[in-house]
Design a protein around this ligand. Structure first.
Ligand code: SAM
Length: 216
């Protein structure tokens, strides 16, 4: 399948999609496993919430959120990849309130019922800025008033100030879209889209951030 955005590296296909979780665990030497658990704990999900996950991938995040949500919560992961769908459905087969839907987040959409939270992890950086604006609007349109939009992704930093031993792998592995993502003032961009900053948490020398904003 050809990519919608040829330079994007979040449109994961083939072997990389089939082995996505294993590759992350191996390449991060096991660090990713501990990190993602701690990031999801920081969301402080409450029992019974409705969560919409943009670009949900293999279901790893869903499996970590489900214990917080309990039996009365509801999780919907949306993604474009049938390979991710296959893994998601296998990984989440035991849960009766965790669902997957094929849905492009880069095009406007509004589901029937609004959500308490929209979550997006390591997806937003991988698009041109005008597409990111559409994704942010989709988050807004699918949230209840006061609902939370949580973005787990690269933080704001300058590539020039990054030590070369991080800069070289970052420039080699990441798509060009990520290079302008890190230089944007996301609090202001999100404020213009109708969100108020609530909290932020950092990992990995402050290069990764969980930014939580509230729909006002
Ligand atoms: C880097 S992976 C992150 C997966 C997951 N959020 C995680 O943190 O493990 C990016 C995901 O975004 C999905 N994706 C890419 N473009 C998309 C689009 N336009 N609409 C919906 N999902 C998309 C990919 O299929 C992939 O599962």
């Amino acid at each position: 399948m050809s990519k919608f955005y040829p330079e994007s590296k979040v449109e994961i296909q083939g072997f990389e999609a089939e082995k996505y979780d294993t590759l992350l665990d191996v390449l991060s030497l096991g660090w990713y496993k501990r990190f993602i658990r701690s990031a999801i704990d920081r969301l402080r999900i409450r029992e019974g919430e409705r969560i919409l996950d943009f670009g949900c991938g293999t279901g790893r995040n869903a499996c970590l959120m489900r214990p917080h949500l309990g039996d009365n919560g509801y999780y919907l992961g949306v993604d474009i990849s049938p390979i991710m769908q296959g893994q998601f459905e296998k990984n989440c087969a035991f849960f009766n309130n965790v669902y997957f839907q094929i849905q492009r987040i880069d095009q406007s959409f509004q589901l029937d019922e609004p959500f308490d939270r929209v979550f997006i992890s390591f997806v937003l950086h991988g698009f041109p800025q005008e597409v990111r604006q559409t994704i942010i609007r989709n988050a807004y349109d699918n949230l209840k008033p006061g609902g939370l939009f949580s973005i787990l992704d690269f933080a704001e930093f300058s590539l020039q100030d990054m030590p070369f031993y991080y800069r070289i792998p970052f420039k080699t592995v990441e798509c060009p879209y990520a290079f302008d993502f890190i230089e944007k003032d996301w609090t202001s961009i999100l404020a213009q889209a109708g969100f108020k900053k609530k909290e932020e948490h950092f990992w990995f020398k402050n290069y990764i951030r969980l930014l939580i904003v509230e729909k006002v």
